[in-house]
Design a protein around this ligand. Structure first.
Ligand SMILES: CSCCC(=O)C(=O)COP(=O)(O)O
Ligand SMILES: [Mg+2]
Length: 233
C-alpha cells in the first residue's frame, strides 16, 4: 500500500544511496588505474571507438587519454568519461573486485517502496550501465529487479531544470508525484524548479551541508517517515 501522493522515487547514487568514499576512493581510482590497459586492449572495440570520438568532440585538439585523465582529476561529469568508467568497472564487478556499496537502510526501503507500488528510478552522473552494475552487484545483492528506470547525463545535466522535466515526461507522470533524493543542493534546486518533490540526504558519514530549504533526511527510513511510505524494517 502506498498512502503517499507519490508515484515514483528518483534517487541519486553518490552521497544518497552510496557513501561518497566508495565512489571517490574505490570506483574512481579503479578506473584511473585501469585506463591505459583498458584502452590498449579494447581501443578498437566499436563501443570504445565511439567513446573516443565523443572525447575528441568534447575536447578538440587534446589527446583523448590526456582529456580523460584531466576530467578524472576534475571529477567532471562528462558523458564519454562516465561511459568509459562504466565499461572499465564492468570487469571489476564481474570478477568480484568491486561490490556496489549501499548504506544499510537503502535496500530495505527500496524493497518496501517497490512493494508499495512506487516506481523506482536512478538519476546519476554515472552511466546507466554503471548504475545497473552498482545495483546489480550490490552489498545487498541484485537490486535491479526493483528499478523501473535509469537516467544519466544523456537526458541532461543534474543541475538543469530541463533534465527533471524530461524525466517526468519520460515517466509520463506529473512532476509533483515524483520525489527526487540527492545530497547536492543545486540538483535539488533544479528538480524543485521543475516541480518535483525533493529531499536532501544528509548522510552523517558524508558530512553533507544542509541547503537550508529542502526537507532533509539522514537515511531512507527518515524519507519514508516524511512521506508516509513504508521504511522496510
Ligand atoms: C554509477 S556509480 C558512479 C557514480 C559516478 O560516476 C558519479 O559521478 C557520481 O554521480 P552522482 O550523480 O551519483 O552523484
Ligand atoms: Mg550525489
Amino acid at each position: 500500500m502506498n498512502p503517499s501522493k507519490l508515484a515514483a522515487v528518483v534517487t541519486d547514487i553518490e552521497g544518497t544511496t552510496t557513501p561518497i568514499a566508495f565512489v571517490k576512493d574505490t570506483l574512481f581510482p579503479f578506473a584511473e588505474t585501469a585506463l591505459d590497459g583498458f584502452l590498449d586492449t579494447h581501443g578498437q572495440d566499436p563501443q570504445v571507438l565511439a567513446i573516443i570520438e565523443a572525447v575528441r568532440a568534447e575536447a578538440p585538439g587534446e589527446d583523448p587519454r590526456k582529456a580523460l585523465r584531466r576530467w578524472m582529476a576534475e571529477d567532471a561529469k562528462v558523458t564519454p568519461l562516465k561511459s568509459l568508467q562504466g565499461l572499465i568497472w564492468a570487469a571489476g564487478y564481474a570478477d568480484g573486485r568491486l561490490k556496489g556499496a549501499l548504506y544499510p537502510d537503502v535496500a530495505p526501503a527500496l524493497r518496501a517502496w517497490a512493494g508499495a507500488g512506487l516506481r523506482l528510478c536512478v538519476y546519476s552522473s554515472g552511466s546507466v550501465a554503471a548504475q545497473k552494475l552498482l545495483f546489480g552487484h550490490s552489498s545487498a545483492g541484485d537490486l535491479t529487479p526493483l528499478f523501473h528506470g535509469y537516467f544519466d547525463t544523456r537526458i541532461g545535466a543534474k543541475r538543469e531544470r530541463a533534465s527533471y522535466t524530461a524525466i517526468a515526461a519520460g515517466l509520463n507522470l506529473p512532476p509533483a508525484e515524483i520525489l527526487f533524493l540527492s545530497d547536492i543542493a543545486q540538483e535539488l534546486d533544479a528538480a524543485a524548479e521543475a516541480g518535483l518533490a525533493t529531499c536532501q540526504m544528509l548522510r552523517p558519514d558524508d558530512g553533507t551541508i544542509a541547503s537550508g530549504w529542502h526537507p532533509t533526511a539522514a537515511d531512507f527510513a527518515a524519507v519514508a517517515l516524511l512521506h508516509g511510505l513504508p521504511k522496510g524494517y
